[in-house]
Design a protein around this ligand. Structure first.
Ligand SMILES: NC(=O)C1=CN([C@@H]2O[C@H](COP(=O)(O)OP(=O)(O)OC[C@H]3O[C@@H](n4cnc5c(N)ncnc54)[C@H](OP(=O)(O)O)[C@@H]3O)[C@@H](O)[C@H]2O)C=CC1
Ligand SMILES: O=C(O)[C@H](O)CS(=O)(=O)O
Length: 492
């Protein structure tokens, strides 16, 4: 049954989890000037909340509080921090349905997929609660008889994040989890489109016992201002960003003045390669999840699908059948697999790429137009006859458009796949061991899926090379982003 999101609180088992004020220094506050900005539901376009619109002034107060609180938080043992983080994880799981409803209401993805994100996001807090106990150092044999060498790892201090709307829960927990585990304090600024998921995490953090000031959540429509405060405030020692490469460049330039430690999860242009010895049914299944997860609005989505000539027609036919079986609708309706796109600009980008492909000789074999549901709904689309001259060969579509490129040889497709400034994720389906080994080593990407279209997990290092980013999130490597290494040389 379609549920109206206008009364979002009425859809929640625990309405208190829905927060619309800023969470600063452990207090829930309005913006100093009382300003708010509207949060809308992408499926219906109606406003679901008015949220405090914080400025640099309140952001600086949150940073000050973090700077003070971090001194004591860093003195907790890793085990003590782990206990609080574990409690936060437990609360996320207990409240997963409500967190998913809030996420679907503001971002649009189907509720089942939103719940999957909640559990994925929570898994980072669970993982880093465990890593908190393992921030090991090392001893090194002295270089002189009277020297003793040790290396220790210490929290970097105050960290700040700027995160996108496409994963409004997991992109925050993937950063806050390791930061708090390492003993840092954290100030998070979520995307203006999706602040409610972040604020709900703040509510649960308070319930879990994370000390006042250790975590602040800064909702704001003024993304550029908040970003400048993060980059220019000397009390901030770490900036972690997920979003477009374009904005990542801006932030890196701003952070350079303070030589601030940055991690960047940026744009992608993932190739998805199907060789003629692939299991075609498995390849279609992988293409569906890689291309159409979150309606194609993920940085690791297949952006270009390369199919070897001998299996091109069979793969295209199978993919068409599978795509046309996916129900499109309001994410709060049961059984929906594809929700709306986040906004009108996102729809325009998909339309632009479809029109460009047709103009350059491509053929739409499925979808290609706005959905009859109206608004920002778009038909899941497949284009055949794709060529490297078409816009989506170099630009990230960030929507439900699958371009199928034809290729003949391994050497040809590796060159095509690597012909991009991006290097986040790549995927390929093949069964010949020699071919698998050759291709996985030749692809210039930070992450490679072999016979799978879904690689995201908290246990592995997520991140890109080239202009897809700096650093890694998740896995034990994720802790290093929030710690400094100290070399101690003692003369005895
Ligand atoms: N590598 C990854 O994991 C991801 C990459 N992306 C990439 O981002 C693009 C689409 O996502 P989108 O959210 O629009 O990306 P943007 O880079 O436009 O926005 C990401 C975040 O940065 C904020 N922001 C925008 N401009 C500035 C600025 N000058 N200073 C500080 N903060 C700023 C946004 O705020 P606000 O929206 O409120 O203006 C948002 O919170 C795609 O290219 C996609 O590939 C997106 C998500 C994940
Ligand atoms: O921002 C994104 O697109 C996410 O990093 C994708 S994932 O972590 O859910 O794969």
């Amino acid at each position: 049954m379609l549920k109206s999101v206008t009364g979002l609180k009425d859809l929640l088992k625990d309405p208190a989890i829905l927060r619309t004020q800023a969470y600063i220094a452990g207090e829930w506050v309005d913006a100093d000037d009382g300003a708010t900005f509207s949060v809308s539901n992408p499926a219906r376009g109606d406003t679901i909340a008015e949220v405090a619109d914080v400025t640099r002034i309140e952001t600086a107060l949150a940073i000050d509080a973090a700077y003070i609180a971090q001194k004591d938080w860093s003195k907790w043992t890793g085990k003590e921090r782990a206990a609080v983080l574990r409690k936060w994880f437990d609360l996320m799981v207990e409240n997963a349905d409500d967190l998913a409803t809030i996420l679907t209401a503001e971002q649009g993805k189907p509720h089942a997929e939103a719940r999957g994100e909640i559990l994925y996001g929570a898994s980072f807090v669970e993982w880093f609660a465990e890593e908190a106990k393992r921030t090991y150092g090392e001893t090194i044999p002295g270089h002189q008889r009277d020297k003793r060498i040790t290396v220790i790892k210490q929290p970097i201090g105050v960290a700040a994040s700027i995160t996108p709307w496409n994963f409004p829960n997991a992109m925050i927990t993937r950063k806050v989890g390791p930061a708090l585990a390492a003993g840092c304090a954290f100030v998070a600024r979520p995307a203006a489109e999706t602040p409610l998921s972040a604020l709900a995490l703040g509510e649960l953090a308070e319930r879990a016992g994370i000390p006042k000031g250790v975590l602040s959540i800064i909702p704001s429509s003024r993304s550029s201002d908040i970003g400048k405060e993060f980059c220019e405030n000397p009390k901030v020692r770490k900036l972690t960003f997920t979003g477009s490469t374009e904005v990542g460049r801006i932030l890196l330039k701003q952070a350079a003045d303070q030589v601030m430690k940055c991690s960047m999860e940026l744009g992608g242009n993932a190739p998805f390669i199907v060789f003629d010895d692939a299991n075609l049914d498995a390849a279609v299944e992988g293409a569906l999840i890689s291309k159409y997860r979150n309606n194609g609005q993920t940085c690791v989505c297949a952006n270009r699908i390369y199919v070897q000539a001998g299996v091109y027609d069979a793969f295209a036919a199978k993919l068409k059948d599978a795509v046309e079986a996916m129900p499109v609708g309001d994410g709060l309706s049961d059984g929906v697999q594809l929700g709306p796109l986040i906004n009108e600009e996102a729809v325009a980008k998909v339309e632009e790429h479809v029109e460009d492909a047709i103009a350059k000789g491509g053929t739409v074999i499925s979808g290609g137009k706005r959905h009859d549901l109206g608004g920002t709904f778009f038909q899941p689309t497949i284009v055949t006859g794709a060529t490297r001259e078409m816009a989506f060969a170099q630009e990230e579509t960030f929507g439900p458009l699958a371009p199928l490129f034809n290729f003949d040889t391994v050497e040809e497709v590796i060159d095509l796949a690597n012909d991009t400034i991006f290097g986040l994720a790549a995927y390929f389906y093949a069964r010949d061991l020699s071919r698998v080994t050759q291709v996985q080593e030749a692809l210039e990407y930070g992450m490679v899926g072999v016979n799978t279209g879904l690689i995201s997990t908290e246990v592995a290092p997520f991140g890109g090379v080239k202009q897809s980013g700096l650093g890694r999130e998740g896995s034990h490597h994720g802790m290093d982003e929030f710690m400094e290494m100290k070399y101690i040389c003692t003369s005895v």
